[in-house]
Design a protein around this ligand. Structure first.
Ligand SMILES: NC(=O)c1ccc[n+]([C@@H]2O[C@H](COP(=O)([O-])OP(=O)(O)OC[C@H]3O[C@@H](n4cnc5c(N)ncnc54)[C@H](OP(=O)(O)O)[C@@H]3O)[C@@H](O)[C@H]2O)c1
Length: 252
């Protein structure tokens, strides 16, 4: 039997490179996947490519409370449950913002990133959790990044938002594990996606690969396979952890 037979999973940021591979993996593992992002054309392309009756797509802007409500209403109206929430949506890569010194980053810039990466994940989590508590079971996965653990000398707004996700995960576990809810943070290293690699010079691309003892970039499928495992009963006694997927660059 597939790992996630009949589980209802929500994936945000599903139009993106990692998000779409996560959708594909969850569908392959038998889940019903409700996929959201702002670019509906990309979502429709994904649904057409997978050509499965197990996928629903709908526009979702995680920075808008009403859009998140509409999305959850669609999921609940059709399926009446939410077994897994995978918060992949992330603020678009902006090289100028990325390389600003901390003292040059404006409050508005920090809040703009927070609004998507942290608040967007929180918004979806607080809608999913009461449903999961009622079902006595559910999994929330937040996509973070290794600088959230180590800090780094640039990308300040991004690091702050990704670090806040670690505490969101831990809070969910502390408060809701007794109701059967599990939560995880995935701290990703360098995962080869166009939005990330296209802003790098060839030298920067090689230097990023060399950060990991594996001396390479990771692939989106290497993130997706961890997600399907964590969503499944095979991970039933793991809770609240930050799982680092980075080829061994950061070891704890
Ligand atoms: N690639 C890496 O090396 C790496 C490393 C660490 C962490 N991550 C994290 O992994 C996630 C996916 O990254 P990726 O590399 O696959 O980049 P990507 O292709 O740009 O994916 C980002 C996704 O977020 C969505 N998004 C942005 N703003 C949104 C909003 N307001 N509401 C809903 N969706 C929104 C985008 O879709 P729309 O534009 O259609 O809304 C897109 O689907 C992000 O959270 C990123 O921070 C990536």
């Amino acid at each position: 039997m597939p790992l996630l037979d009949g589980r209802v999973c929500i994936v945000t940021g599903a139009s993106g490179e990692i998000g779409s591979v996560v959708v594909e993996e969850l569908v392959r593992e038998g889940a019903i996947v409700c996929a959201g992002a702002r670019r509906e054309d990309k979502l429709r392309e994904l649904a057409a490519r997978l050509s499965s009756d197990k996928i629903r797509v709908k526009r979702l802007d995680v920075s808008s409370p009403s859009s998140v409500d509409d999305f959850f209403n669609m999921v609940l109206g059709e399926f009446g449950r939410v077994d897994c929430l995978v918060n992949v949506a992330g603020y678009p890569m902006d090289r100028d913002l990325w390389f600003k010194h901390l003292h040059e980053v404006s409050e508005e810039e920090v809040l703009a990133v927070m609004q998507v990466d942290f608040m967007g994940s929180l918004r979806c989590a607080v809608r999913a959790i009461p449903i999961m508590v009622k079902q006595h079971g559910g999994v929330v996965i937040n996509i973070s990044s290794t600088p959230a653990i180590t800090g780094q000398s640039h990308g300040a707004a991004y690091t702050f938002a990704k670090a806040a996700l670690i505490s969101l995960t831990k809070h969910i576990t502390q408060e809701y594990a007794k109701y059967g809810v599990r939560a995880y943070t995935l701290a990703l290293g360098n995962i080869k996606t166009k939005p990330t690699t296209s802003v790098l010079s060839e030298e920067e691309f090689k230097a990023a690969a060399a950060e990991a003892p594996a001396n390479r970039w990771g692939e989106p499928r290497e993130v997706a396979s961890v997600i399907s495992f964590l969503c499944s009963d095979k991970a039933s006694f793991i809770n609240g952890q930050t799982i680092i997927i980075d080829g061994g660059a950061v070891m704890r």
